[in-house]
Design a protein around this ligand. Sequence first.
Ligand SMILES: NC(=O)c1ccc[n+]([C@@H]2O[C@H](COP(=O)([O-])OP(=O)(O)OC[C@H]3O[C@@H](n4cnc5c(N)ncnc54)[C@H](OP(=O)(O)O)[C@@H]3O)[C@@H](O)[C@H]2O)c1
Length: 349
Amino acid sequence: MSARAKPVQLARLLSDAGARGGDGGGRPTTTATAAEVVEELRLWEPRGSQPAAGRAGRSATAHEPLARPRVLLNMACTADGRATIGGRSGQIGNRADHELFHALRTAIDAVLVGAGTMRAERYGRLVREDSARALRCARGLAQEPLACIVSASLALPADEIPLLADPAARVAILTPSPASLPECAAQVRYVRCAREGQLDLPAALGELRRAGVRTMLCEGGPHLNAQLLAAGLVDELFLSLAPRLAGGDAASESLRIVAGPVLDPPVALELESVFASEGQLLLRYRALRAGEPRVEPAGGGGGAGRAVPSAERPDSSAEGPAPGEKPAPPPAPPSGSPDAPPAESSPPL
Ligand SMILES: NC(=O)c1ccc[n+]([C@@H]2O[C@H](COP(=O)([O-])OP(=O)(O)OC[C@H]3O[C@@H](n4cnc5c(N)ncnc54)[C@H](OP(=O)(O)O)[C@@H]3O)[C@@H](O)[C@H]2O)c1
């Protein structure tokens, strides 16, 4: 039996939970494993399923319960913004990134993924280690997260996607289609939410929330991300920034982490934490709601700071859509409802 490798120690460069900004000589003062970083978020507790409060405390809206799951988006890209190399994301991450990816899965109710990513990455079982499954149970979670796949075509062949051939897998297909997948071993349910023939993502996430999904980890891909962001359905972004340049032509294979219509206005982000390992930066951002002020750190990178209206960013209204691009959709409504979260009335998934 081979001894398990010790988890990577991430250098904590900026975060609420630990020392910030280093020792004055530019060196980080603390380290944490990916599991410890995720532990600090307490995602499985009722408080952890609410929107994050922000490093400097927040407006009341940021603490309001949501009528949908809290959505964390986890993506990796190269320093020049590439989200794929050779059509896959594997070469972009490093061991630390991999450990964070799995630690997040261990703490979450559901994983959300576009069918394009499911087909490219050929997902298998979401939580593979027995110890991680046991930890999930100890946290009051199901052994495996619910795997939520967004698809209109339902072109998801079980002989190519091991997850669908796994009898232990719980899968929810989010689709506007009345069709179903061919018979497969996984336990498959359907969340059919269509508006004018298109998938109504906010309604689908609302249905999942009513079925008991409080936290959701979106693992992409870029086309799904764009729609979630445009609809104000992303609360946080975990971005793993690789110390690599991959080049390539933006019009060809080189997807970025968000692909689709221009986000206008751009989604403003507030930096929550930064960890590093072997030059890979693990960044955590909070997505600001429309009009929510950004809190600039007061020198040294932490604590209460100056509220800056997000409208201070450069005016992008003069720029029209790029040639061939569709005009951007109207600004998205705020993602959270001021109402109390819905009673968990739908059948559990
Ligand atoms: N760097 C990273 O962190 C990262 C993460 C994830 C993925 N990736 C890479 O990204 C690539 C895939 O990304 P992608 O952007 O092409 O695909 P994607 O966003 O994962 O999936 C797109 C597909 O999802 C379904 N879909 C999306 N929005 C929908 C809607 N509103 N209604 C119904 N169905 C909808 C459609 O599936 P149907 O065609 O079945 O209708 C669509 O073709 C892969 O190469 C993968 O390796 C990289």
